[in-house]
Structure formats: C-alpha cells, structure tokens
Design a protein around this ligand. Structure first.
Ligand SMILES: [Ca+2]
Length: 477
C-alpha cells in the first residue's frame, strides 16, 4: 500500500484513553536524539568514554533497551522516516542529504508525526536540527506540525558560531552564513545573538525553557534533536577533562568531550523533568540518527561499516525507552525495530488505536510488555539507492551492489546470516540461491515503485547574501 493514508483514516483516531469515565491524559513524549553517534560510543561499550547519565537510565527500572534498533545510514533519510513513517525510497529522500541552498524538501503529501500528534491533543516542539528542507515556508518545522522551532535547518553548524561555510565549485567561491533560527508563526527569525554559546548547552537550555512554559493541560512532544556528536569536532575544554588523551586519538579525545557534554544534557533534561513533576508522565527515548563517522572520532566497532553505508555500522543504533509508568522493571527487547516504526509506535503510546502506519508498525505493546504481541517486524529495508542497497528478511540480510545509477537486475548480491555473522564477514549467497533470488526480486519490486529522488542542485537564489547573512527560506516555490 503505497498511498499515503488519508486524513479520513484518522477518523478512527481514539484521541484519549477513557477509563471508568475518566479521560486519561496521554503521556508526554521526549525524543532525545544524538547525531552521528557511533554504535560503540557509550561508556558501557567503551569504558574510556564518559556517559554516566545515559548509562544510568539505559539500564534503570522502567527502561526497555532495544538491541535490534535500526535507522537509515544518513541524517536526512532517517529524519524523513521518523517524521513520515515511510522508507526514504517512498518519499524521494533516499539519496544522500539535503545541502544548504537546495530546492529540496520532504514532499508535502506526507503528513509529519507532529501533525498527527496534534490531532491527539499534543503541543509539539522541535529544538535543534531539522535537515528536512527549508527552501520554502511549507517545508519548515512549524508548517509541518511543530508549534515551536528553535535550531538550524542544515546538516551541521559551528557549535559556537552557529554558522556554516562550504566551497561552491560552480562559483569557485566559499559560501557562508548563519544557520540558527526561531520560527514564529511560520516565519523564520535568524538569531545572531548566540555567538560563543555552545550548541549542546544552547539547545538543552532552550528545551528546558520551553518545557517549563508548557501548559500542562495538554501533553507535549519534545523533539530534542541535538547537533552533538556530529562534526565539526568542537567542545569546551572542561568536557575533555573526562577523557584520557593518552589512550585516544586527538579526534576521539574531542569527540569524547562532545559526548560527555551530550550526556550532561541528558542528565539535565531528566533532572528538570523530575524537579518539575513532569517525569512520571513523560516517555523518554534515546537514539541516534545514523552510525558514527570514524574520521570525526566515532567508532562503530565491532560492526562493519560506518555512517553513509548500509552495513550494520551505518544503520544499527543504540536505543532505549525510559518510562517507569508504562514499562515495568528493566527489560531487553530483541525484536527488530526500525525508525519508520516510531510514527505508529508513538501514536500508539499517545493512546491512538493503530496497528501500523505507512511502512511502520506500532511496537508500543512490545516495548511496554516485552512480549511479542501485535504485529511483529521480520522484514526491513536498509535503503534502496546505488551503489549499495540492502534488505532484511528475518535473520538474513541481502546487500546488493548495483552496476549503474539505478537498481537493476545483474548486480552483485551478497547474503549474510546476522545471528551467526553479526559483523558481515561471510557472504553465503552461493549457499542460498533460492533466498537470494527471492530477495533480489523483492528489491527490484521496491525499486520499480520508488519515488524519484527529490534532491536538486544548490540554487544561488538561496545565497545567505540575500537573507541578511543567513541560510534562510523563500527561494523556491
Ligand atoms: Ca546524522
């Protein structure tokens, strides 16, 4: 079913849980998302790192820890999947990431998660990274369901100057500008006042400020979409004191400091929730948008591959959900979970009666009970985009290398059995020809209905010179 579920379907929304005549308020939802966090990069996986707050809640009573949680290989595809509930090949976001000044955005015929949550009574806040298009107002966060946005539109910014610069080969020149905005009623307002304020601290403080002002009659969805630990490698010196420079490279030493800062942010947010009385009614989700980049200090070991690849190191991530009110005790969840599932899962957590949405499955019953109840995920698309595409079918993973720019028959197929070979070292395609044929056929079927990429070349009309020195909006229709 490729068509977007229509709004008519949402007539079936059960907006609140009604228990004994008392209308139960849905829980607050907080997604605390790291950017480019390596699979190995938490201190329970690498003791040289410093993430005590995340460790405490990752293994606390009230936590479900997902050991088979997957995202896409890059920022834009994962974030579009999180917002739409569809794989990127359905939405045209399967090919790389949106660059500044591109005339690109996630197609408007896909409702975003906060649009659906607002139907269930939520107020929706986005603090931090967007990266889903900004060439026109219709693509901006507050046009897609968020009631408030403070952050940046592109892939990255300087952690202190909140600006970015890149070389444009067409004009043989550097293009630079600010990328820090607040949106007021759909209108982006550049914030030139935060030069020198470290991004992780800035976004933490803003998230806490917004939650402290939230009207508690309504539930909130807070998407704290941190820049950390994405490049550039920048961190205040005091955070590096948690990391030993004698046992790590310079890049990893800085990265370790950035991660310590991110961990502090997590601790501050949870502390705020507890002190303000919001903690009991809030579901806290921690995850990353894709695997780490070793050149930027990250590690995905012992997994194969890294950010921007469909190997496990690019797409498998650390995820836990903490909510003592809904999750009894501590539990490991081994079920397959994909970022497209969050859309249906969080609607389920919000009390909406929903089994699936888009490509996703409501896995809230599995998360809360630890039992394989309701629909289960046994298949998954890693991505479909040359040169490497990949599919999951239960324990098996097909990695398909295309010869050209489109996925066609005749490419090289590799097959891995992940339970016995989690590091993808033994290609068993020759031992399983029937399964390989079946999965290649499925891949080609998906490719045949894929939406063409929405990526475009960058447009000089988006030059910061036209917008007071900022990468702003209003240069496409
Ligand atoms: Ca990322």
């Amino acid at each position: 079913m490729l068509r977007v579920v229509s709004w008519i379907t949402w007539v079936t929304f059960q907006l609140t849980l009604v228990i004994s005549g008392v209308v139960a308020k849905p829980p607050n939802i907080l997604i605390f998302l790291a950017d480019d966090l390596g699979y190995a990069d938490l201190d329970w996986k690498d003791k040289s790192l410093h993430t005590p707050n995340l460790r405490e809640y990752a293994f606390a009573d009230g936590t479900a820890y997902l050991t088979n949680s997957y995202v896409l290989h890059l920022c834009t595809p994962t974030r579009s999947s999180l917002m739409t509930g569809y794989y990127p090949f359905r939405t045209g976001t399967q090919n790389g990431v949106f660059l500044p000044m591109e005339r690109s955005g996630v197609p408007l015929d896909f409702p975003f998660l906060p649009q659906h949550l607002s139907k269930a009574g939520y107020r929706n806040y986005l603090i931090g990274k967007w990266h889903l298009g900004n060439c026109k107002r219709d693509f901006l966060p507050t046009a897609r369901g968020f009631d408030y946005f403070y952050g940046y539109y592109s892939a990255q910014e300087g952690y202190f100057n909140h600006s970015l610069a890149f070389y444009d080969k067409h004009t043989d020149s550097m293009i630079g500008g600010l990328d820090l905005f607040t949106e007021v009623r759909g209108r982006p307002m550049a914030d030139h006042t935060k030069n020198g304020v470290y991004a992780t601290n800035l976004f933490t403080d803003e998230a806490i400020r917004i939650m402290s002002q939230h009207n508690r009659r309504d539930p909130f969805f807070m998407f704290l979409s941190h820049q950390s630990v994405h490049a550039p490698l920048q961190v205040p010196m005091q955070y590096r004191s948690f990391c030993n420079p004698l046992i790590m490279s310079k890049a990893r030493h800085i990265y370790c400091g950035m991660l310590a800062s991110l961990d502090e942010s997590f601790g501050q947010v949870v502390k705020f929730l507890k002190e303000s009385g919001l903690y009991d009614d809030t579901i806290i989700i921690f995850s990353s948008d894709n695997g780490g980049d070793p050149k930027a200090g990250a590690s995905n070991l012992p997994l194969k591959g890294a950010k921007s690849s469909v190997w496990e190191g690019g797409c498998k991530t650390t995820t836990f959900i903490h909510s003592p009110k809904y999750i009894p005790g501590f539990g490991i969840r081994k079920d397959l979970f994909h970022v497209v599932d969050w859309h249906a899962t969080l609607l389920g957590a919000a009390g909406v009666s929903i089994a699936k949405y888009g490509d996703g499955i409501n896995q809230w019953p599995m998360i809360t009970t630890g039992k394989s109840v309701g629909l289960r995920r046994n298949q998954m698309v890693y991505n479909i985009q040359p040169p490497l595409s990949a599919l999951r079918n239960n324990d098996f993973k097909l990695v398909y290398e295309s010869k050209g720019q489109t996925v066609t028959a005749g490419g090289r197929a590799r097959l891995y059995h992940l339970p016995s070979d989690p590091f993808e070292t033994r290609d068993i395609a020759r031992q399983q020809p029937k399964l390989v044929r079946k999965l290649v056929k499925r891949l080609l079927e998906f490719q045949s209905v894929a939406r063409p990429s929405v990526r475009t070349p960058i447009d000089p009309a988006g030059h910061p010179m036209r917008f007071g020195g900022a990468f702003s909006t209003g240069f496409c229709k």
